[in-house]
Design a protein around this ligand. Structure first.
Ligand code: URA
Length: 443
């Protein structure tokens, strides 16, 4: 007997189904995403669906369907003409997270092609593109043709997400951002992976941040997100692993675009803060493992240390900056980076140990100085930000400077200083030391 074909559900019926916690089929999810792109599903319907997903979640099959539909909403790059393994890294966003800027040239210097597509800062988290653009002349808007040519020639390119890759995510994220629906594990999973699966990479290493300065505040939520990303990404045909990393204090000593770029360059010179080096080397080792170029973590770490010590990572950075029209002199002389003219210091109010530095509030303070943006269309001030003089665990005396604030407009310093000063807590006992990397999650 011929099977009766079921009439497809209308968009309002699908929204109601999700609102009631029932499952959507893969074709239904795909239909919603494509309808959203062709205008038959409106912005308000998609926002309602996002809210239903926020409260009711999506299971693995639905998340995979959502990810693949968003990936297929635009161009899916192939970089198969480049033989070497191609690996990217993505961070879920932190405060002072300048890792990409030193990581990419280090990994490329170890023989892995790094086609890195990054984002801009929004809210309290900074963005790699804004940090790179602090280098005078640096262009992040390469065409796909230029991107490919640079990967072939240098083995690394640091660019912005082109509008042609996963456009459904760009539109949906804009709705989520203003409808209180960002913090949903299936929506974050499909958002991140739809873009990464369209990039033409072989493998992806994720830095899933956990703590006050991150999207995921608890280890169990971060672990669930990391597992979801690894599982869905693997099903999408890539080797995907994730590092769960601590975001309860800013990374390194700088927050703000040029300040952070200068600090990332210090790592390439074999200097810079220990926590930034630890995070960079751990992620780099995982990328070398994913690429199959080293057999063990100690071997990967030796290779990474050598690439920094013998200057090949630094040379790779000079090549990248030059190829992307930036001033390559900055790599050896970070003083050429812009730094805002007006400054003010924050001092310790008591003697003791730095017990806490609130990354979330400090991220907002830096944004208020002009280093970040609250709306996607806002411009950022490359020279604004905060330089810390201490990290958690350091001993201070009352009156010691704990941070310097930088702003181009003097009137921004007062409110910024009040907000930043409240981020430091001094205690009587030294708090226990914490590693940045908490756990590695693989398939
Ligand atoms: N980063 C993304 O790209 N998407 C999200 O949904 C959250 C963080």
């Amino acid at each position: 007997m011929a099977q009766k074909k079921r009439q497809p559900l209308s968009v309002p019926e699908l929204i109601v189904r999700k609102r009631e916690g029932r499952k959507l089929g893969a074709e239904e999810v795909r239909g919603l995403v494509f309808g959203f792109m062709n205008g038959s599903v409106t912005d308000y319907q998609m926002s309602a669906l996002a809210m239903a997903v926020y409260f009711r979640g999506m299971d693995f099959d639905e998340t995979v369907a959502m990810t693949l539909a968003m990936r297929d909403s635009g161009e899916v790059l192939s970089l198969d003409d480049i033989e070497a393994p191609k690996v990217d890294k993505h961070s879920t966003g932190g405060v002072g997270d300048k890792v990409s800027i030193c990581l990419a040239p280090i990994v490329a210097a170890c023989g892995v092609v790094v086609p890195m597509m990054s984002g801009r800062g929004l809210g309290h988290t900074g963005g790699t593109l804004d940090k790179l653009e602090a280098i005078p002349g640096f262009r992040v808007d390469l065409s796909i043709r230029q991107f490919r040519a640079q990967l072939r020639k240098i083995g690394c390119a640091l660019i912005g997400q082109t509008g042609d890759l996963a456009p459904a995510d760009k539109r949906l994220y804009a709705l989520r951002d203003v409808t209180g629906t960002v913090e949903s594990i299936p929506l974050i999973t499909s958002s991140i992976l739809s873009k990464k699966l369209a990039e033409g990479i072989d493998a992806l290493v994720l830095d899933v941040k956990v703590g006050r300065g991150a999207f995921m505040k608890t280890e169990s939520d971060a672990r669930e997100l990391a597992r979801s990303l690894v599982r869905v990404g693997t099903l999408g045909g890539k080797r995907v692993s994730a590092l769960l990393t601590n975001m309860d204090a800013p990374i390194g000593y700088t927050i703000g675009n040029a300040l952070e770029t200068a600090e990332a360059l210090e790592i390439l010179h074999g200097e810079g803060p220990d926590d930034l080096r630890e995070l960079t080397y751990e992620l780099a080792a995982e990328m070398l493992r994913a690429a199959g170029v080293t057999k063990s973590k100690p071997q990967a770490l030796r290779r990474i240390e050598l690439a920094v010590a013998d200057g090949t990572a630094l040379q790779k950075m000079r090549q990248i900056v030059k190829a992307q029209d930036g001033d390559p002199g900055v790599v050896d002389n970070p003083d050429r980076l812009p730094l805002a003219r007006h400054r003010s210091s924050i001092t310790a109010t008591a003697e003791g140990y730095v017990a806490d530095i609130d990354p979330l509030e400090l991220g907002y303070a830096s944004m208020g100085l002009g280093a970040g943006r609250s709306r996607a269309q806002d411009a950022v001030d490359p020279g604004a930000g905060i330089r810390l003089h201490v990290q958690v665990g350091d001993r201070v005396r009352a009156g010691d400077a704990v941070a310097t604030l930088y702003a181009s407009q003097r009137q921004l310093l007062g409110p910024g200083a009040d907000r930043a000063a409240a981020c430091f807590r001094i205690g009587k006992r030294r708090p226990p030391a914490r590693n940045r990397v908490i756990e590695t999650i693989r398939r």
